[in-house]
Design a protein around this ligand. Structure first.
Ligand SMILES: NC(=O)c1ccc[n+]([C@@H]2O[C@H](COP(=O)([O-])OP(=O)(O)OC[C@H]3O[C@@H](n4cnc5c(N)ncnc54)[C@H](OP(=O)(O)O)[C@@H]3O)[C@@H](O)[C@H]2O)c1
Length: 516
């Protein structure tokens, strides 16, 4: 298992993968945005850091006519824009680009796959034809076709020789039924163990560190239960609005775009039981178990426990923003949510009775992802006279981004003759501890897929369980237009209804911290 490798691979670590198999990475959707923005920059950085297999090829597949040389040049130009390091190293790029090839073809055309097969065989080394990572950077509606075609052309087999894996991207369906259908299409000609479903949140160092932190620190793990924890807040806020993506967002909304995938993934890592080992299946078993323990939501529960929101015109950081209904490709009477807040309960031994609050939204005051573990307050018998009844309870904040790190909040005596007290904080910051080593999530995920470790990828039952939760919420919202308490001005922390949601149990939202 390789979760630990993220630490090993930091500068000074010793976890470089020396023994990755020779393989070809075949990208369907080679001329698209994802390839130029994320995949090629990630592969370039892996190559630069000596993490790629000693022998590999990248073969792009798409309809647009171009030669290997033209594609390489286009990717080089895109890298200037999307690389996380600058300047792009010319020598490294030249050596990397020698391994990149382009195959013109329509993915509905049988002949195109014969051409692809011929191209792979022509590399000469049998491992470059047999060990294949198919990256489907295409629309999910095309997954079934590609899987069937690579199977028919003998490029994809359930049993060797070599290995073949399929990597797919979100959106993984838009509800339980479509996700189920997609799972079926992907596994018609491949085993579940060959399918790698990406949720890029799991590629983030800080998200991976949740398990490390929880299960390697006895002082915190023993507090990680209903006995000590009052409630937990997970915030994923975005400063941007929907911008040009109105068409997509009208079909998605915050629930499908963020909650069903990223937020439930973070929740499952925060709340799951210790796995029996760090093997992929053990970790994923525990995540599924946790998701299944989330108390099912009836339509009445949805009305009480889930809040939608939609932004109207306002300003973010001094910049004016239009309302959602005025965005391009958005219906003027749209009820799509740009904000969602959830109060969930996990019906298991550890978490019984502890509310989990999740919120996400667009056009909020800042972009941040953060988990706050709010501990139970002490009985305030000693200090009430001096400090009032409102002594802050302890809290632990995991900052997933930005200012990646962890903070512990506790109370400290204000120096002086009085017995005054106030909250103080202890910070751990990744940057100051480990230096600015920030690999992109895609680097990690591509490397894991090449290595065949599925721990950081989502299993079919995980996806489907998460959709079941999202579907029950959508059902509760059906036919109910947004109310006044669900609109919020762009640049604020969401609608009043989201505050009401916490107020019923005497809680309030904590704004993500800005660490200076
Ligand atoms: N872009 C991102 O940052 C991002 C992030 C997360 C998830 N995703 C997901 O990743 C997938 C790809 O996104 P994208 O933004 O890269 O899309 P895109 O820019 O529209 O690219 C789509 C690619 O598919 C190819 N294609 C379409 N029909 C084809 C056909 N019949 N035969 C062969 N190739 C075909 C296109 O190439 P030709 O036109 O040349 O054929 C193009 O290379 C989508 O499912 C998206 O939701 C994207």
């Amino acid at each position: 298992m390789h979760i630990l490798n993220s630490l090993d691979k930091a500068p000074g670590g010793n976890g470089d993968r020396k023994n990755l198999d020779t393989c070809s990475i075949v990208i369907f959707g080679a001329s698209g945005d994802l390839t130029a923005r994320k995949l090629i920059p990630a592969l370039y950085h892996l190559f630069k850091e000596n993490q790629m297999p000693a022998t590999f090829r990248v073969v792009g597949f798409a309809r647009r006519e171009k030669t290997d040389a033209v594609w390489r040049q286009e990717l080089r130009t895109a890298l200037e824009q999307f690389s996380r390091t600058h300047p792009v190293d010319n020598a490294v790029w030249a050596a990397f680009a020698d391994n990149i090839f382009y195959c013109v073809g329509d993915l509905t055309d049988d002949a195109a796959y014969s051409k692809l097969e011929a191209r792979l065989s022509a590399f000469g080394d049998p491992a470059l034809r047999e060990n294949l990572l198919f990256y489907l950077a295409i629309s999910p509606s095309q997954f079934g076709e590609v899987v069937e075609q690579v199977h028919r052309s003998q490029l994809l087999k359930r049993e060797g020789p070599g290995w073949q894996r399929i990597v797919v991207e979100k959106p993984f369906g838009h509800d339980l039924a479509s996700a189920h259908k997609l799972n079926h299409e992907l596994t018609r000609y491949a085993n579940e163990s060959q399918v790698f479903r990406i949720d890029h949140y799991l590629g983030k160092e800080t998200v991976q560190n949740i398990l490390m932190f929880r299960f390697s620190n006895s002082i915190f793990e023993r507090l990680w239960t209903r006995e000590s924890v009052d409630h937990i807040q997970i915030t994923v806020s975005e400063k941007i609005g929907v911008g040009e993506r109105g068409g997509y967002y009208e079909e998605a909304g915050a629930l499908r775009d963020m909650v069903q995938n990223h937020m439930l993934q973070v929740l499952s890592l925060i709340a799951m039981e210790p796995p029996v080992s760090l093997e992929a299946e053990s970790v994923r078993d525990e995540k599924v178990k946790l998701l299944k323990s989330i108390r099912p939501l009836t339509s009445e529960d949805v009305a009480r426990q889930i809040v939608r929101g939609q932004y109207f015109a306002g300003a973010v950081g001094g910049q004016p923003r239009p309302g959602y209904r005025q965005e391009t490709k958005v219906k003027p009477d749209s009820n799509v949510e740009t904000f969602a807040a959830l109060k969930l309960f996990i019906d298991n031994w550890r978490w019984s009775g502890v509310p989990f609050y999740l919120r996400t939204g667009k056009n909020l005051p800042m972009s941040a992802s953060e988990v706050r573990i709010q501990f139970r307050p002490t009985p305030n018998v000693l200090f009430a006279a001096q400090c009032g009844t409102q002594l802050d309870a302890n809290a632990l904040t995991l900052r997933l981004q930005p200012n990646e790190g962890i903070s512990l909040h506790f109370n400290g005596k204000v120096p002086g003759m009085s017995l005054g007290m106030r909250p103080v904080r202890m910070h751990f910051s990744y940057d100051s501890e480990f230096g600015a080593y920030t690999p992109e999530a895609y680097e990690r995920l591509l490397l894991e897929a090449i290595a065949g470790d599925a721990t950081l990828f989502i299993r079919h039952d995980e996806v489907e369980t998460a959709w079941k939760i999202a579907d029950s919420i959508r059902t509760g919202w059906e036919g109910k237009p947004l109310t006044n308490r669900e609109f919020y001005a762009a640049g604020t922390w969401g609608p009043i209804a989201a505050d009401d949601l916490l107020a019923t149990l005497g809680h309030t939202w904590h704004e993500p911290q800005v660490i200076k």
